[in-house]
Structure formats: structure tokens, C-alpha cells
Design a protein around this ligand. Structure first.
Ligand code: GDP
Ligand code: MG
Length: 590
């Protein structure tokens, strides 16, 4: 029997995955007390700062003669595809549940992913050190929801270490050993990859069958890339070079290849000389960008810097999609595709922080599939690309299946609100003291302030999870926004026809609050197909501010104007008007 156990830790966000990983690293002596800092698997500074895990992180531990390969996974829905990939490399999972919170939306969706792959699931009730912990209630809820028995559970405090040794024994006992298959032709599954300037593309792999060492010439099964590894090894959690990787093991192969797209996630690596009979392992669906934004440098001259920065980031991030674009109002920029809003936020933050770029990002848009009257189809990624209405036969928008968990008393208000967001209720089921709601909901509704509103209606108690399931027809129109009589495509939106007028009015009202005053009166208008549906006017700026000074003191007046000019930093000139990032965020708030 193999001594290898491969498992993932899955949980709803903040239920303690990373803290439990830290604890396991310490107990197994993988990382010494001295080296360990809090949440050390979150290696990226943004992960550390925000307290979230973005990228899966494998680590090998030795315990009582067994080799344990653990894969820490991200909890946020944008990075849900990383969870599926981690699971493909495992025989079991620890399903962590915070006993002060109970079962949440992602507890359920992660459970279902693990169940579908036939993995052994160990439910781990965490945070039992806290006075607010309801261990018994959470256990009952899990038994009822998932059908566990009392003996299945591990009770732990990841923070204090209570119960974690027992959990380690349970892992060795309950999780099936990795199958032994060293004598078969090599097949290694690529779980994820990253880029290293010296070692090239580094593939994170699970060796499913066969063995390899750094002298073995390899090739990808989906493409044409072949290479002799620069290095092979495992994670402890840093990269630790080794002579050989064998069947059942999780580790890395530094390929020396220069393009991250040459080693696709989900691809199978095999021997360069493998016979045609070797079949690729079942791969993964490539993650599709579903949220698009246009990004413009505030200083037009910075465009080449922006291009260069995004090129660099995309080396590490195969899910990032981008193409050059030009807007009449904003100049040269990039249209960027992201997995979701959090992914977008993180990338934009890195561009500003690591590359010192001042940027304006437009409101996010989902992709729309447009069928033209002549039968041609096109996928558009921003309102600016919307063809003339007379040329459109049909529009399809992305649809999600959305899961919401909420305490009973918030269900009424939530249902009312989600109906306004075009949600179609599919099922309602009680889970313990809470209710599980399943919706069919357009993605466009989710990428605005949906999550914030969900939290505010439910006083923070509701949780959600979604998955894009396809495209469906929508009767939508473009709402054009004009500032100072000039169309600002970057502020325009695509909205369902029956909401378009209301949305246009909302945006104009919001813009009136945030568009900085100018030296002259500025009209703000919304139009649908050439007809103006809303208008507001922003009064001239200088007149107003200096009016209080009753004309007198010239130097004082100049000082005041200078002070205001300073406050106007990071403005983007649009025609004769200057706008800042708040203007573009205003479109999001409903
Ligand atoms: P993740 O999002 O699932 O990776 O969760 P983290 O490991 O980042 O933990 C979220 C928060 O819960 C952090 O502030 C942890 O310190 C805290 N936490 C995790 N486990 C425990 C525990 O057993 N007891 C207590 N009191 N706090 C915990
Ligand atoms: Mg984490």
C-alpha cells in the first residue's frame, strides 16, 4: 500500500483553511516555529494584506511514516476553478466548517464538487475555542445536510491546535492511499502553473502514473511543446528540488519554457517518446473571463507602460485576457477580461502598486452574444461595441445558477430584492436554522453591487456562490451617457429594455453628485436610441466657490483656486471636462 495521502482543504471563506494549514505545517515539523509566520501559505503580498487566498498552494508533509500532500485552495468564487483543479489531484478533502457560522453557500458548493469526484470527505468543525462556537448545532446541521455520522467529524481549533493531532491520524486512516502505478507510462496532470524568470513556466503537477526525473524529455499532450525539465521537486512549501517524482506524488516541473500558454492548466505531461496509445487525462474546462473592463492611463503617454505591465502580469495569470482598444474620449487603453470582480480588483491594484500606474477603469460589463439580422454572430465585451439596434436580431447574456444561504427572517426581503434583479427562484429548502435559495440570475446583475446589497439586507448573515451555466436571450438596449453633449462611451451601459430608462435616470443623478465642477456649466444626459431620457446640469465651479469671497481679495482667491486644483489630481480630460475614477464607479451603484 502506498504511504502517500493527497488531500485538499475546502471551506467557505474565512472558515479557517489557511490557519489549519499553518497548524498542520507546524505539527508535522515541515516548518519550524521560527520560520512560521501567520498564514504563510498566502505568499503574495495582496493575499497577506487582504487575508484571502488567491492561488492554490501545495505542500508536502511527513507524519508517522506517511507522506501527506496538502493543497490549500482559494475560497472566493472568482477562483473557484482552482478548487476543482486541486480536487482532481486528491483522494480526499477536509471540509472545514466554522462552528460560529455553520454551513454556508460555499460549504455546500465545495462539498458537491468533492462528492461528484468521489473523494473521501472528512468534516472538520473548526474554531471550537471560541465562546460563540455552536459545535453540536453545527454538527447536527452537517449531519442533516450532508448525511455524515457522528464518528466522521474532527473537532478542532486551528488557532490553538486543539484536536489537530487527532485529525492528522484520521487523515492517514480515512483518506485512501494514492494508487501505486510506477510501472505505467508517465501521465502527469497540470493543476496550475506560474512563471519564473530563471526556470521558465513551472507546472504544478500530480503524477498520476509513471515516474520522471530531471533528465526525462517530456511533452504536453494537448500542444506541441516539448522540453527537458530544468528542475523537478516538491513544495515544503518553498520549491525543493528532488531527483525524481513518482506516481501518486504532487510536485512541480520547471519546464524552461518561456510562454505560460504553452503549458495549459489541465494538460497532461508525458514522455516525449511516449507511444500514441497513451491517452491524456481528463482535463479541466479553461476558465473563461466573464467580467470585462476598459482600462486607460490617466497620462496618455503611459500607454506603453500599461501594455508592458499587463504583459508581465499575464505571464503569471493565464486567466487574464486583454486587447488594445481606443476610445474617443479616453484615448488608448486596454480592454481586459477577468474571472470576476475580485480578480479585476486585484489585477488593477497590482498595476497601480507594482507598476506605479495611474489608471481609470470603466464600469465592468459581461460579454454579450449578438446575432445580427444577417445571421452573423459576434461576442461583444463593452457597450461601446454594441452594433446599431437596426442590425440586431437577438442578444444573449450569461446566466448563472446562484446559491444563497440566509437566516429565515431575511428570506422575505431578499426574495423581493432578487426578483427586482431579474432573479428566477428555482428552489427553497431549509438547512438547519437557515434557508437555501437557488436562483437563475443574469451575471450582469451580479457584477454590480450585488454582494454588498445582499450583505446589507441580511445584516451580513447571508452568503452566496454562483456559477455561469450558459447564455440566454435578453431584450437589452444601450443607454448612452453624454457629458457636455459628448458621448462618453466608457460610461454607457447595456440594460434590459424595461429597466433602461430607470437605469439611465439613476446614472445621471449619481453623476451629478460625483462629476467635479468645471469652469462652465456641464449638462449630463442619458439617451436611448437617440432620445434623451434624463438630464441634469452641473453648475459652473469657479463662480460658486469664490462667490463667498465677495470679490475682494485677489491673493486669497487665487490660493483657494490652487487648493482646489490640488484636490483635482488624477483627473482625466474628456473633451473639455475633467473626470476622476469616482465618475466611473458611480455607474455601478444602484
Ligand atoms: P480561510 O479564508 O478559510 O483561509 O480562513 P483563514 O485561515 O484566513 O481564517 C480566517 C480567520 O479566522 C482568521 O482571522 C483566523 O485567525 C481565524 N481563525 C481560524 N481558525 C480559528 C480557530 O480555530 N479559532 C479562532 N478563534 N480563530 C480562528
Ligand atoms: Mg485562506
Amino acid at each position: 500500500m502506498s504511504h502517500i495521502r493527497n488531500f485538499s482543504i475546502i471551506a467557505h471563506i474565512d472558515h479557517g483553511k489557511t490557519t489549519l494549514t499553518d497548524r498542520l505545517l507546524r505539527l508535522t515539523g515541515t516548518v519550524s516555529e521560527r520560520e512560521l509566520h501567520e498564514r504563510m501559505m498566502d505568499s503574495n503580498p495582496i493575499e497577506q494584506e487582504r487575508g484571502i487566498t488567491i492561488k492554490m498552494a501545495p505542500v508536502r508533509m511527513e507524519y508517522k511514516g506517511a507522506t501527506l500532500n496538502l493543497i490549500d485552495t482559494p475560497g472566493h468564487v472568482d477562483f473557484g476553478y482552482e478548487v476543482s483543479r486541486s480536487l482532481a489531484a486528491c483522494e480526499g478533502v477536509l471540509l472545514v466548517i466554522d462552528t460560529t457560522q455553520g454551513v454556508q453557500a460555499q460549504t455546500l458548493s465545495n462539498y458537491e464538487k468533492a462528492k461528484a469526484l468521489g473523494l473521501k470527505i472528512i468534516p472538520v468543525l473548526n474554531k471550537i475555542d471560541l465562546p460563540a462556537a455552536d459545535v453540536e448545532g453545527t454538527m447536527l446541521e452537517c449531519m442533516e445536510t450532508f448525511g455524515f455520522n457522528e464518528s466522521d467529524f474532527a473537532l478542532v481549533s486551528a488557532k490553538s491546535g486543539l484536536g489537530v493531532e487527532k485529525l492528522l491520524d484520521k487523515i492517514i486512516e480515512d483518506i485512501p492511499p494514492a494508487p501505486i502505478a510506477n510501472d505505467r507510462p508517465l501521465r502527469a496532470l497540470v493543476m496550475t502553473s506560474k512563471y519564473d524568470t530563471h526556470k521558465g513556466v513551472i507546472a504544478y503537477v500530480r503524477v498520476v502514473e509513471g515516474t520522471l526525473d530531471k533528465h526525462t524529455k517530456l511533452r504536453t499532450m494537448s500542444g506541441t511543446a516539448s522540453f527537458t525539465p530544468v528542475e523537478v521537486g516538491f513544495f515544503n512549501p518553498q520549491m525543493q528540488p528532488m531527483v525524481r517524482l513518482s506516481a501518486g506524488e504532487v510536485g512541480y516541473i520547471a519546464t524552461g519554457l518561456k510562454d505560460i500558454h504553452q503549458v495549459k492548466v489541465g494538460d497532461t505531461l508525458t514522455l516525449a517518446r511516449a507511444s500514441a496509445e497513451v491517452q491524456p487525462l481528463p482535463g479541466f474546462k479553461e476558465p473563461q473571463p466573464m467580467v470585462y473592463m476598459e482600462v486607460y492611463p490617466i497620462e496618455g503617454d503611459d500607454y506603453p507602460l500599461l501594455q508592458d505591465a499587463v504583459d508581465k502580469l499575464s505571464l503569471h495569470d493565464a486567466a487574464l485576457d486583454f486587447a488594445g482598444t481606443h476610445s474617443q474620449a479616453l484615448g488608448n487603453g486596454l480592454r481586459m477580461g477577468f474571472l470576476g470582480i475580485l480578480h479585476a480588483e486585484i489585477v488593477l491594484e497590482r498595476l497601480q502598486r507594482e507598476f506605479n500606474l495611474d489608471l481609470i477603469a470603466t464600469a465592468p460589463s459581461v460579454p454579450y452574444e449578438i446575432t445580427l439580422t444577417d445571421g452573423q454572430k459576434q461576442l461583444i465585451h463593452s457597450p461601446a461595441q454594441m452594433p446599431d439596434p437596426s442590425l440586431i436580431r437577438e442578444i444573449h447574456e450569461p446566466i448563472t445558477k446562484t446559491l444563497i444561504f440566509a437566516p429565515e427572517k431575511y428570506v422575505g426581503p431578499l426574495m423581493k430584492w432578487i426578483r427586482e434583479r431579474r432573479g428566477e427562484l428555482l428552489t427553497v429548502n431549509p438547512v438547519g436554522t437557515r434557508t437555501k435559495l437557488e436562483y437563475r440570475l443574469p451575471l450582469a446583475e451580479l457584477i454590480t453591487d450585488f454582494h454588498d446589497t445582499l450583505k446589507s439586507i441580511s445584516s451580513g448573515f447571508a452568503s452566496m456562490e454562483y456559477q455561469v451555466v450558459g447564455y440566454e436571450p435578453v431584450d437589452a438596449v444601450k443607454v448612452t451617457i453624454m457629458i457636455n453633449k459628448e458621448e462618453v462611451e466608457a460610461l454607457s451601459i447595456i440594460a434590459p429594455r424595461d429597466q433602461a430608462e430607470m437605469r439611465g435616470r439613476e446614472i445621471v443623478t449619481k453623476l451629478k453628485e460625483v462629476v467635479p465642477r468645471q469652469l462652465f456649466e456641464v449638462p449630463i444626459q442619458a439617451a436611448i436610441g437617440g432620445a434623451i431620457i434624463a438630464r441634469e446640469t452641473i453648475k459652473a465651479y469657479r463662480k460658486d466657490v469664490t462667490a463667498k469671497l465677495y470679490g475682494g481679495d485677489v491673493t486669497r482667491r487665487q490660493k483657494l483656486l490652487k487648493k482646489q486644483a490640488k484636490g483635482k489630481k488624477k483627473m482625466k480630460q474628456i473633451g473639455k471636462v475633467e473626470l476622476n475614477q469616482d465618475t466611473f464607479l458611480a455607474v455601478l451603484k444602484r
